[in-house]
Ligand binder design. Structure first.
Ligand code: F6R
Length: 608
């Protein structure tokens, strides 16, 4: 998704902005650009492709100046091109960077064109530059002009704007897309993601919906709310160290993040379990009462987070006895859901800024839920701020577009939720699961040791065009997640089915060209799964089985087996995720794809 970074400083800001853009690359983008104010003139470079292309332009023609804005664009209106890249200017008097979508831009554009403004891009954003120029021409300053025009913008936006007439001012506005102010020493910054600014500050103000901010010389920061009232927003210190934003010794962020899982799973558990019991208060002071009265749970999320929700359905129904519905946010938000009495609304999101999930939460708040809980990786994100309760997954920044550690820590959080709901309802403690959770990081470490074996296995996939993933019970969502990972980063078409569903259609696809990947934990569905695998073998399919050491599935000509350590049945979905992540990773590396920034995808999907 698009990214914004802006600075008003005492020093040259070009390198600060450029480094900010590099740090935003993980979000996915197709072009980038920068405008810096130099001796009263707005100077700009824009480039199609990677930030490195913009850096190359800056190396031959620098943009010196102490005030500037920069952007990475992910195309929504208008193809990826230099002309469509931000910042957009109006007569070199105003420069604008924008995340989000202006839904009513066509009508505004018609009016502006009728007034004589000409457009140089196909974007929705350019209307903002001309609207501001129009207001500035009436004698308003940049802040006042921005305040007036935002009321007429429909849709979602985070904005950073500057004017040639006001040398040390950047104005920002937020409505539906995240925007943070970085508080420096005698300097101030703006970004759509705090990670973009960690090289200059770790102190941030998270703007609220409707906020407008003005950054001036000497670090002056003024914020007004939607009604125009001056407001103070708290300064928060960023929790994750800057080290998280580097690859360390790993070839890709994704691999680093896969290998971080033992540590982040420990972090997700820390302080949330006693020796034999879950600490319900981890979810907040009201959790005990809320969970006690919870009769149903609705879980809403997108993509990988949705798959975590599907696993939680099996857990909450089996271990807490509570019926659960799980749905993708983009469907839920346009339905007319029936909310039975006593239903808890749960959202899952790595970023906490996913537009569909946020919209679903806002919609749910108009319905009769007993409360909302966000399970999220980003403290201070919109989802966390707008939910009644939240539990942080503590995965640390996830840079690879394909979600890995965020998913497994969501699963940990969801198991804590399951145990907490069960405990709050006075059901017998699930001590064995609590004990198994404590042992989980070490088991994950054992699985990661299998990396080189999985790398060898991956060679069988490099030339394939399709793959089928199978699982049963809580491992069906793990098969879905395995297929999504393979699709996303290796571009191999992959599908996932509950293994028992095979004979109802997908078996027709199975032949010697179709690798079939199955997870085979030691659970009560094992014998059923074994029969399904025989159905594949009988059709000449190539089987790849990730199997518990105790299940006795042996390697044969047409069956490759990777043996995993035994794990408590309840936690197997967590452990079996890891080899599937590694398999996708190695296949993608063999295919030479852009592992951390796969084509067409964005990290944080802040548009609908
Ligand atoms: C896939 C992936 C996406 C996200 C989805 C939701 O690897 O990362 O499917 O899971 O876009 O994002 P969050 O969790 O930030 O709401």
């Amino acid at each position: 998704m698009c990214g914004i970074v802006a600075a008003v400083a005492q020093r040259n800001v070009q390198e600060i902005l450029l480094e900010g853009l590099r740090r935003l690359e993980y979000r996915g983008y197709d072009s980038s650009g920068m405008t810096v104010l130099n001796s009263g003139a707005l100077t700009r470079h824009r480039a199609l492709g990677k930030v490195a292309s913009l850096a190359a332009q800056l190396a031959t023609s620098a943009l010196p100046g102490t005030c500037g804005i920069a952007h990475t664009r992910w195309a929504t209106h208008g193809k990826p091109s230099e002309a469509n890249a931000h910042p957009h200017h109006s007569s070199n008097q105003v420069a604008v960077v924008h995340n989000g979508i202006i839904e009513n831009y066509e009508r505004i554009k018609d009016t502006l064109q009728a007034s004589g403004y000409s457009f140089t891009s196909e974007t929705d954003t350019e209307v903002i530059a001309h609207l501001l120029a129009e207001k500035l021409a009436t004698g308003l300053n940049l802040f006042e002009a921005t305040q007036q025009i935002v009321n007429g913008l429909g849709g979602a936006y985070a904005l950073g704007v500057m004017s040639a007439a006001e040398p040390s001012v950047v104005v920002g506005a937020r409505q539906g897309s995240p925007l943070v102010v970085g508080v420096g020493i005698d300097e101030a910054f703006l970004a759509s993601d705090p990670l973009a600014l960690l090289q200059v500050t770790d102190r941030f103000i998270y703007l609220e919906e409707g906020d407008l901010v003005e950054l001036r010389e000497h670090g002056d920061i003024r914020i007004v709310d939607r009604q125009g009232n001056a407001v103070e927003r708290p300064i928060q210190t960023f929790e994750h160290g800057d080290g998280a934003a580097s690859k360390g010794n790993y070839r890709h962020y994704m691999l680093k993040e896969i290998f971080e899982q033992p540590d982040v799973i420990s972090a997700a558990l820390e302080g949330r379990l006693s020796d034999s019991s879950v600490l319900v208060e981890s979810f907040g002071p009201d959790a005990q009462a809320l969970f006690q009265s919870t009769r149903q749970v609705h879980i809403i999320a997108c993509g990988t987070s949705y798959h975590a929700g599907l696993v939680a359905r099996y857990w909450l129904e089996r271990y807490a006895g509570v019926p659960v519905q799980v749905e993708v946010a983009s469907e839920y938000r346009y339905r007319h859901p029936v909310v039975p009495e006593g239903t808890l609304f749960v959202t899952l999101s790595q970023s906490g800024e996913t537009a569909d999930t946020l919209a679903a939460l806002r919609f749910a708040k108009t319905l009769s839920y007993i409360g909302s809980l966000a399970i999220c990786n980003v403290p201070g994100s919109s989802l966390v701020r707008e939910s009644d309760m939240s539990l942080m997954t503590r995965a640390g920044p996830e840079i690879g577009v394909a979600s890995t550690k965020a998913f497994t820590t969501q699963l940990v959080a969801l198991m804590l939720l399951t145990l907490s709901v069960s405990k709050a309802k006075g059901q017998p403690e699930q001590q064995d699961i609590v004990t198994a959770l404590g042992a989980l990081p070490a088991l994950c470490q054992q699985v990661l040791v299998l990396d080189s074996q999985i790398e060898t296995l991956s060679q069988a996939f490099a030339e394939k065009h399709h793959a089928l993933f199978l699982g049963r019970g809580a491992h069906y969502p793990i098969a879905l997640e395995g297929a999504l990972k393979l699709k996303e980063i290796s571009y191999i078409h992959a599908e996932a089915y509950p293994a028992g569903e095979l004979k109802h259609g997908p078996l027709a696809l199975v032949d010697s060209e179709m690798p079939v990947i199955s997870v085979a934990p030691n659970d009560d569905l094992l014998e059923k799964l074994k029969s399904n695998l025989q159905e594949v073998r009988a059709r000449g399919g190539q089987l790849f089985v990730f199997a518990d050491e105790r299940v006795g599935i042996s390697e044969q000509d047409d069956v490759r087996v990777l043996t995993l350590p035994h794990v408590h049945e309840a936690l197997a979905p967590l452990l079996y995720t890891l080899p599937l992540q590694l398999l996708s990773y190695h296949v993608a590396v063999l295919k030479g794809t852009d592992v951390d920034q796969p084509r067409n995808l964005a990290k944080s999907v802040t548009v609908e």
